[in-house]
Design a protein around this ligand. Sequence first.
Ligand code: ADP
Length: 301
Amino acid sequence: MAAIAALIAAVVASFLVSRQVVTPVQRMMKLSHRIAEGEYEERLTVSRGVRSNQLDELDQLALSFNQMADKLEKTETMRRQLIGDVTHELRTPLAAIKGYMEGLMDGVLPAEPETYQQVHTEIDRLQRLVNDLQELSRVEAGAFQLMPVSISLPGLIETIKGNLGHQFEDKGIQLETQVEPYLPNIMVDKDRILQVLTNLVGNALQYTPSGGKVSIRAARDKSEILISVSDTGIGIAPDHLPFIFNRFYRTDKSRTRASGGSGIGLTIAQALVKAHHGRIWAESAGEGKGSSFHFTLPAVG
Ligand code: ADP
């Protein structure tokens, strides 16, 4: 009798224990199938108190599973958003090219060099957008290799002046540089940091009217080097400021689209500065009050 009772108790106990294990595993399997089919909303419930620090292995597995689902959902949202953004960006130049072509075919637009020039400008814009997107996907995926070398800041800033100086002269904008003496070298990928600076100084040039001033400053700030590009240009309203590093974000869509800006430059600059373990941010007192862009890089010595 005792043996039978023990056997029954053992069977019941093992049934209960295995159910405790099998049920959550089955739920996990079901959910993973759902995720594979593109349904990301559902999550597993973690039975014991998350705060009590008494999670067993199954709870920990459920937590990791939920974290994975969160990440997948986020990636999927970003992917959808990117496709939406790119579609939107492509639509405008394509519609313009189609319009010019239809005008030419119907004889409404004259078959003259100016008309072809306009088509060419739109195609140019498309090409720039595609190049920017390619660069963006590369930097966002981290699919680029930094080749850090020790460089001096005065030299770097002189290069920028040499590259863009004549455009400042043409537009009648003063370009001023202030480099703190005895700055240590920085250990960076020269081309990438040049790309960041070119973007910031190029934007300052673009968004500052003639007669204005742009300053490039470099100074030591504890263990970092702080590089700033300030302008006396159109400024950025406080409600736009938090978003300007987002891809495709432009404070005035029609104006900057007309001038060819895709709103990707700052996103790329941010990714490049982060890859160098630095920070980048923007400040502006408001519209018409100029803007300052700052970024930090670790100092070498
Ligand atoms: P874009 O190619 O449009 O210039 P960016 O990513 O470089 O793209 O800049 C994003 C947006 O941030 C710009 O469209 C502009 O609205 C704003 N912006 C950037 N730099 C400045 C600046 N120096 N002054 C005013 N607005 C700026």
